[in-house]
Design a protein around this ligand. Structure first.
Ligand code: ACM
Ligand code: ZN
Length: 765
């Protein structure tokens, strides 16, 4: 036997085909093992196990019975195979192995004589079943496997997770999702051996958990009058005028908790305090500082009406926590703690008196008092709290676990104070961010978090010593749903990034290999297809980047895989399997539309990449600036303004726009020699909600010439402001001075700050 650690499916193919060629049944072949998350060790052996109606399923320990039943139901739902609940020659046997120290670990031994699952807890047994599940055809996932026999590769897996906290979060406050979807989400989490569902149940825009003692939470706080349309940065705000909301009854929650526990998933309920409490305060205005009635929030953001730390508020929250604790058997209650503006507290006589009475330093001290007091209550009920990293401000509650979301600094500080931490930094774990720079992506909050970046995440911050890193429990993907109206959109944003994260938290960091992961992900996607999961698929998308070499424009295409071929056309038609194969940079010397896609040997496997290049006199020429564009908004490099390609109408963060922070900008283009010009045109972004304003004035000069053309731009509410100057001139140099708008006026997003200037292609004809 050969020991192939971490080799998934390259090697076994040939001999399984040989072994199975004698089999008369319609194509029963073992699946090439391609398990996600990658097991700690996997040894593939010759031969196969045949599961059929004579296969038995046996649990030799009461603790494993429910897991064995889970597997039996899975097989019998997935196929026509009926497993016998007793010993047989070719049985699947669950056994306890007390030498397995990590209770989530397991061994899965598949031989031609039977399957042995060794574990030291139901958790380990369940994870063995999840690995076995991935060795069965994807058609089992939707009950469409047709044969009466299934062939499984002989192998030995020894496996255990790297991190004990492996979580996924879902915000049901901004949008509300049905019970069936919550179950599907939990099931999908558990398939990836993740063990925690962080259920974000209360928000400014809706309270989603039934609390029997406070019926107005159901009647009032669970519903908002209407919802913002489009992106928050689209100004002025528009609303849909439709009442929206809902909540989970305690009966539904019990059912979901049971469903999760059958899948070894613990649910952590989040009850936000002291901020993100506007819905609760709308139902019970006395919980706020002012007592003034307010509505459940109808748009996104951070709101000033937060809980006032009065005795009555603590009584309310303790009552709520009592009912929450009765529903959720897990160890943790998440108390939020993030984004709580202190405006109301600063102006509240009660809050100020309390700061004095308790000798607190300031409002941050009051927040710490608030959280510590609630922690004490929750600890007294035998539970622990988790809070977002703002709970560090003003001093950490003694036993709190910190969820680090504003980068990893919160985790570093907390771990150094010997507090447990969970990593959920926006940079790697916010699955509400865009996952592709492609134009057609559904509206998202912003940002850019591609799959590869999630996969590259190491939850242990490098600032921690080995000793301190023991406080890192693991990591979690967050799914905030401002821009996810329905479960399909949640699936689109969560998948496949959740799959990458599962490997981050389960598999050994040193063994991670993105190429290998992608190959396994391709197999896994068949399972998602069978489960009708609306995952995003950017695996093989074609990315294009222009490049100027010695004054000549080239287009470079690339796809995220060595195994796929890029094919393209230049005549505006869609590429197909017979189109030209892309081998090297395309030299562009005329107007052209490039259409390209990735293909395997049989079919197209990506969307079409489309780029239109419009040649003009400045393309490939020399461009200089008095100030450099911001590093955050210069993805296309300085030549982005003279590469023949215009930027997206929607996405100023693409490769074509350049963004300048708060300054006047002077741009000089050297055409190399004097020539006749007829026009100069460009575009400015004007997304005021994002602090981006077209310049107030553009001054065009032609160094070496006397001509001087100041152009006042009228203030506009359009998202893009066009500038076109028609002038006949013979010149070598063109210089544009972009005069910054000035200071953002009161009442606007970013008031008091200088706005950004974003400029697109400078088209000189
Ligand atoms: C958060 O994203 N406000 C925790
Ligand atoms: Zn107050």
């Amino acid at each position: 036997m050969r020991n192939f650690k971490h080799i998934y499916f390259f090697l076994i193919c040939s001999f399984t085909i040989l072994l199975l060629s004698s089999c008369a049944d319609e194509n029963p072949m073992a699946i090439n093992p391609a398990i996600i998350p990658a097991p700690l060790s996997q040894q593939i052996n010759e031969g196969v196990f045949e599961m059929n109606n004579s296969t038995g399923i046996v649990s030799t320990d009461d603790e494993f019975t429910q897991v064995a039943d889970f597997l039996k139901s899975y097989v019998e739902y997935g196929s026509s195979i009926q497993l016998k609940s007793k010993e047989s020659k070719n049985a699947i046997i669950f056994k306890r192995d007390t030498s397995i120290i990590n209770l989530e670990g397991y061994q899965l031994n598949i031989t031609s004589g039977g399957i042995e699952i060794l574990s030291n807890s139901a958790k380990g047994a369940f994870y063995a079943v999840q690995s076995l599940r991935q060795l069965l055809p994807a058609t089992f996932e939707n009950g469409s496997y047709k044969n009466s026999t299934v062939i499984i590769q002989n192998l030995n897996i020894k496996d255990a997770p790297q991190f004990k906290y492996r979580g996924m979060h879902l915000d049901v406050g901004r949008h509300f999702f049905p019970v069936d979807f919550i179950k599907k989400y939990i099931d999908l989490i558990s398939m990836l051996k993740m063990n925690t569902f962080h259920w974000h149940l209360t928000e400014d825009q809706g309270w989603r958990i039934e609390i029997k003692k406070y019926p107005k939470l159901q009647e009032i706080a669970a519903y908002r009058n209407e919802t913002l349309i489009g992106h928050y940065s689209d100004q002025p705000h528009k609303f849909d005028g439709e009442k929206y909301g809902g909540f989970y009854t305690q009966e539904q929650i019990k059912d979901i908790v049971k469903y999760a526990s059958e899948r070894q998933v613990t649910i952590i309920p989040e009850i936000e305090m002291p901020g993100h409490a506007q819905a609760a305060i709308s139902a019970y205005p006395e919980l706020g500082c002012t007592g003034t009635p307010i509505d459940v929030a109808t748009k996104w953001g951070v709101f000033e009406d937060i809980y006032c730390p009065k005795e009555a508020t603590f009584k309310f929250l303790e009552d709520v926590i009592d009912e929450v604790i009765a529903l959720f058997p897990g160890k943790y209650i998440h108390i939020g703690g993030d984004e709580a503006p202190k405006t109301r507290w600063k102006n509240c006589a009660h809050c100020q008196a309390l700061i004095k009475k308790e000798s607190l330093k300031d409002e941050h001290g009051l927040q710490s008092y608030f959280i510590t007091r609630m922690e004490k209550y929750i600890n007294s009920k035998g539970k622990q709290i988790i809070g977002w990293d703002e709970i560090l401000e003003g001093g950490l509650a003694p036993n709190a676990t910190v969820m680090s979301w504003r980068g990893t600094q919160g985790a570093v500080i907390a771990a150094k104070q010997h507090h447990d931490v969970i990593l959920t930094p926006g940079s790697h774990c916010y699955f509400d961010h865009y996952q592709s720079t492609k134009e057609g992506e559904p509206l998202a909050i912003g940002g850019f978090l591609p799959l590869e970046k999630v996969y590259s995440f190491n939850p242990i911050p490098k600032e921690l010593t080995i000793e301190e890193s023991k406080y890192v429990l693991g990591a979690q993907g967050n799914v905030w749903t401002e821009y996810m109206k329905d479960s399909k959109q949640v699936e689109y944003m969560a998948f496949p990034r959740m799959i990458a994260l599962s490997e981050v938290v389960w598999s050994e960091n040193k063994n991670k290999d993105f190429e290998n992961f992608k190959n396994r992900l391709e197999f896994y996607q068949e399972r998602l297809d069978a489960r009708e999961v609306n995952y995003a698929n950017h695996l093989y998308e074609v990315l294009g980047k222009s490049e100027i070499k010695e004054g000549v424009l080239f287009m470079n295409l690339k796809t995220n895989s060595d195994t796929k071929t890029i094919r393209y056309t230049l005549d505006g038609t869609a590429p197909n399997i017979n189109s030209t194969v892309y081998k090297e940079s395309l030299l562009i010397n005329k107007n052209v539309t490039i259409n390209a896609a990735s293909f395997d040997t049989k079919k197209q496997v990506s969307d079409i990449f489309n780029e239109t290049v419009k040649m003009h006199k400045a393309v490939g020429k020399k461009i200089t600036f008095n100030v450099l564009p911001s590093e955050k908004y210069n993805a296309g490099g300085n030549s982005a303004l003279i590469n023949g390609i215009s930027g997206s109408d929607k996405r100023y963060g693409d490769d074509q726009w350049l963004g300048f922070d708060g300054k006047d900008v002077e741009i000089t283009i050297d055409l190399g020699k004097e020539m006749n010009l007829n026009s100069i045109a460009t575009r400015f972004n004007n997304q005021k909600g994002s602090w981006i304003y077209a310049p107030s004035q553009v001054i065009v000069t032609f160094p070496g010439n006397e001509e001087f053309l100041p152009i006042e731009l009228e203030e506009s509410e359009e998202k893009i402001v066009d500038l076109k100057l028609e002038t006949k001139i013979f010149t070598r140099f063109v210089k544009l001075k972009l005069v910054n708008f000035g200071v953002i006026p009161d009442g606007k997003q970013g008031a008091g700050h200088k706005p950004w200037i974003f400029i697109d292609e400078i088209i000189i004809e």
